[in-house]
Design a protein around this ligand. Structure first.
Ligand code: UDP
Length: 349
């Protein structure tokens, strides 16, 4: 069985991807330092698929540790690199942490790959590399804009590093770079989902935590933008659909179907949804009201961005499939489950 090593595999997108890889018949090895995720992900994944992934509790900054892992598993055919710090605001406060984690982690992996004959890398990138695009929807050839945060800059730098290494010919490396739009939702089983530490930065966890009563109200950051209802527009992609894009990418690389040694794909729905529209979609799907108030704009927010996902549709044969109301129902199912479990734990203490 082909082995796929997934860094950050206990995290939000990582855990969903592990499930889809296992469903597709790959043997998965997770490398994660659990800095922003829980070891419970492993048993949760096993509950969904019936298969326990291999797990190595390891930081990608630990070169020697990674070397041991690469040596231990002998049939690693591809790596999906998710492990990275991802909070835009925190990256402004702690730039060195972000450059170290995101850039050095990737370099350690790329450095080791040829030593073990591993050729294929799927890299977890972001639509943040486009900044505020001049024209919408944004395609893969839209210009890369100067980054507005250290986090965004790490994604650009990592893409450049991969490009330079692939083009150097110094090793036989191939890569698929997936530029995600806004991943939301949870697995329909309710077993895995997004688990923000502390107060969520992202919109959907904030909505679900408000709906369940953990937060007083959702603050909508600005309703005076140049959009139909004045709130910002994003392309919200279901996390299971996103996970499936990784499986398609791995398969494409292993079957040597790439047209270029490095390929870029936008992974989004192709549809822009405003903050208010998303709140309404949640309320309609779940029947639960979300207390909310419009406050001032959040610094650094892009006004509107959504994907042209035609390339992923045509070349990868991948499509966003899950209807928004189902995504919202799944996010809510997950929130209720996590909240219930936390309350139970508290009760026992
Ligand atoms: N947003 C909001 N209230 C929140 C969190 C987010 O109004 O508590 C808005 C935010 O201003 C943006 C959209 O929701 O317009 C998506 O924000 P998120 O942080 O989820 O993603 P990103 O900014 O990375 O696209």
């Amino acid at each position: 069985m082909d082995q796929v090593l997934v860094t950050g595999g206990t995290g939000f997108i990582g855990s969903h991807t592990v499930v889809e890889l296992q469903n597709a018949g790959y043997e998965v090895i997770i490398v994660d330092n659990l800095s922003n995720s829980s070891i419970d992900s492993i048993s949760r994944i096993e509950r969904i698929t019936g298969i326990k992934p291999h797990f190595e509790n390891l930081d990608c900054l630990d070169y020697v540790g990674l070397d041991h892992v690469f040596a231990k598993y002998e049939d690693i055919k591809a790596i999906i690199h998710f492990a990275a710090s991802k909070a835009v605001g925190e990256s402004v406060q702690k730039p060195i942490l972000y450059y170290r984690n995101n850039v050095n982690g990737l370099m350690n992996i790329i450095d080791l790959m040829p030593l073990y004959g591993i050729k294929h890398l799927v890299f977890s990138s972001s639509c943040t590399v486009y900044g505020q695009p001049d024209t919408l929807p944004v395609t893969e050839s839209s210009p890369i804009k100067p980054a507005t945060s250290p986090y965004g800059n790490t994604k650009q730098i990592c893409e450049e590093i991969i490009r330079d290494v692939v083009h150097s010919g110094s090793c036989d490396m191939r890569s698929i770079v997936l530029r995600y739009f806004n991943p939301i939702g949870a697995h329909p089983s309710g077993e895995i989902g997004e688990l923000p530490v502390g107060v969520p930065n992202n919109l959907v966890p904030y909505i679900t935590q408000t709906a369940i009563g953990m937060r007083e109200e959702l603050r909508i950051f600005g309703d005076d933008y140049d959009t139909p209802d004045g709130t910002c527009i994003r392309d919200y992609i279901d996390v299971v659909d996103l996970a499936k894009a990784h499986v398609v990418a791995v398969k494409r690389m292993l079957e040597e179907k790439q047209e270029e040694p490095i390929e870029y794909f936008n992974i989004g729905t192709g549809k822009g949804i405003s903050v208010l529209e998303l709140v309404h979609a949640f309320e309609k799907a779940t029947g639960v009201k979300v207390a909310r108030r419009v406050v001032g704009r959040r610094e650094g927010d892009i006004v509107k961005v959504w994907a042209d996902a035609t390339k992923a549709n045509n070349v990868l044969g991948w499509h966003a499939e899950t209807p928004l109301d189902e995504t919202m129902k799944n996010a809510w199912k997950w929130e209720q489950k996590v909240h219930g479990e936390t309350e139970k734990k508290k009760g026992k203490e």
